[in-house]
Design a protein around this ligand. Sequence first.
Ligand code: SAH
Ligand code: MG
Length: 322
Amino acid sequence: MAKTLIPPFCVSGATGSRKERLITRTSALFPPHSASQTQARTVATTSEPLASLPSASKSRHSLSPMLESQTILITGALLLLLFLAWKYKGLFVFFWHECILLPVFNFISGMSKEERILNWVKQNAVVGNPQSVLEAIDKYGYEKEWAMHVGDVKGRIMDKIMEETKPKIVLELGAYCGYSAVRMGRLLPPGGHLFSIEFNQKFADISQQMIQVAGLQDKISILNGPSQEIIPQLKKKYEINTVDMVFLDHWKERYLPDTKLLEESGVLHKGTVLLADNVICPGTPDFLDYVRNSKRYECTNYPATVEYMRMHDALEKAVFLG
Ligand code: SAH
Ligand code: MG
């Protein structure tokens, strides 16, 4: 390194005032760029042999194996990431959208995803027509942004179960933007009612507006609060004696404790249908174990796909036998 900074003529045989002149000339030609360069020049001026220079060349040799192992590590990590992205394409796209694109969309539009969905519905659906609301939400889910509504594929299975069960009173756990509430609400018989529990105030407001666009405000009520607090109050506070169908679609770890709360509260009757979404993805293993191994339930599984995706999911119907 010193050799490149200070040309050979400067180092060899440079003594006394001639040496100083040479240094001045070299400094003008090669101004110092870094501390190590300055240090190299200082050492050269003392006419010490090159062999005793600071170990710049030594450190260059010891750095390269480190760099090599770092490069191997980084390449390995990138290859692993590419492999995982390929193997779990659906999940990768999901996290890419939810963790990277979503904050960017929110920042650019100045709105939350749920507000954008409601706006889209207001612009594309026909007021008072629930089917057009569902179609607008599904179109947005497929073409614009993924969202956690039950969606059209599992929705059609729900429609069939609603038509077979003919429930008058339905309880929903988890409203989000009101998609499944509108889906079930539109199939209720005259005098029927759906109560949907939602603890997120913003989602409860969006759902209420969605229900209004669908024209189902007389058939659907949003109960704003956590399911674990509302279920024990259903009879006394909300005067709901029994329910004919429950749609479980809130946070997955609440399925089992809320099923037990429903049993304890006495709102289930012989023949009440519990319909649970997402029993495969993200999955509700403790709930499935419980209802499938209990003599109090008769279970049927309905294989399907995750909303707006090709990944495997299913609905589970558990009929309460009393
Ligand atoms: N059923 C809706 C989607 C619901 S998404 C549809 O298909 O259109 C799940 C919702 O459950 C979220 O809005 C979340 O805020 C709500 N939630 C989760 N845990 C809850 C709880 N313990 N009580 C009330 N709401 C809950
Ligand atoms: Mg769901």
